[in-house]
Design a protein around this ligand. Structure first.
Ligand code: NDP
Ligand code: 8X3
Length: 256
């Protein structure tokens, strides 16, 4: 098992859900963290908490992954030691709406494509050159079961996660001779703010999503991410698909 003490882990979408849980799990292993998201107030609170609890160094960056210049400028503002990122967790992402294609909202499509696909590319483009230079690093993308199998109304969200799957595979080719690992962790249903965002805060719709099931917790997913990150130097975990016991596929869910 690799020792992550003192390694630098940059996590996008660290203000909530899976990203926040990843921050906690990596903090337990004494890694130093760069937390990124738009809601910087949340990052500051988490950063203070983790520094105190685990005696690690935590930095945070406020950026919108959709804006390449914003990501680049905020990253450039870091001291040189912080730029030496060892592990990048591309987690920021969202679903917006649940409509058939003939009723879909163009602004929802743009937001999902720009965040889940172009955002992941933007961040990787900014962070990966340093990894290439030092010939080591690990990129872990958070995909989804929706990137393996479509479901009714999931059209554009699924398309972005199929794209994440293809980018994970492509990055692995790009990095093959660079000493850089590339993995993806692809969860099924996880209880986070995901559905609240998808349904713009409509709590009755959020309740329906998780009715009769025990979904994954964010830490269930973060533990899989940490498993990828702590394998010995010669081992690359290509892909982990993780679902609740009551979910067999994107469409097959057993509700009690
Ligand atoms: P949350 O809504 O709880 O967290 C999403 C995170 O992404 C937030 O921290 C948010 O931060 C960040 N984010 C969203 N848009 C942007 C943006 N434009 N720029 C920067 N940060 C952004 O959801 P989850 O934790 O569930 O989602 C994390 C990942 O997991 C996503 O990629 C999602 O697709 C994936 N996933 C989720 C599943 C689930 O059932 N929950 C299942 C499978 C995959 P802020 O708003 O502060 O910027
Ligand atoms: C999130 C899981 O089933 O809502 O990626 O698409 S699902």
């Amino acid at each position: 098992m690799l020792n992550l003490e003192g390694k630098i882990v940059l996590i996008t979408g660290a203000s909530s859900g899976i990203g926040q849980a990843c921050a906690r799990e990596f903090a337990k292993l004494k890694a130093n963290l760069i937390l990124a998201a738009r809601r910087v107030d949340r990052l500051k609170i988490l950063s203070d908490e983790l520094e105190k609890e685990y005696q690690i160094k935590v930095n945070y960056l406020e950026f919108d992954v959709r804006n390449f210049e914003d990501v680049q400028n905020k990253f450039d503002s870091l001291d040189s030691t912080w730029k030496n990122v060892d592990i990048l967790i591309n987690n920021a992402g969202l679903a917006k709406g649940l409509e058939k294609v003939f009723e879909g909202k163009l602004s929802d499509w743009d937001e999902m494509i720009d965040t889940n696909l172009k955002g992941l590319l933007n961040v990787t483009r900014v962070i990966s050159p340093t990894m290439v230079k030092k010939q080591s690093g690990h990129i872990i993308n958070i995909g989804s079961t929706a990137g393996h199998e479509v479901y009714t109304y999931g059209n554009v969200y699924s398309a972005t996660k199929f794209a994440v799957k293809s980018l994970t595979q492509s990055f692995r080719l790009d990095m093959l001779d660079k000493g850089i690992k590339v993995s993806s962790v692809d969860p099924g249903m996880v209880y986070t703010e995901f559905s609240k965002v998808r349904f713009s805060g409509d709590e009755s719709k959020v309740e329906q999503v998780y009715k009769g099931i025990t979904p994954l917790s964010p830490s269930d997913v973060a533990e899989a991410v940490v498993f990828c990150a702590t394998r010995p130097f010669n081992v690359n975990i290509n892909e982990i698909i993780v679902t609740p016991i009551q979910q067999a596929s994107s469409t097959q869910v057993y509700r009690k």
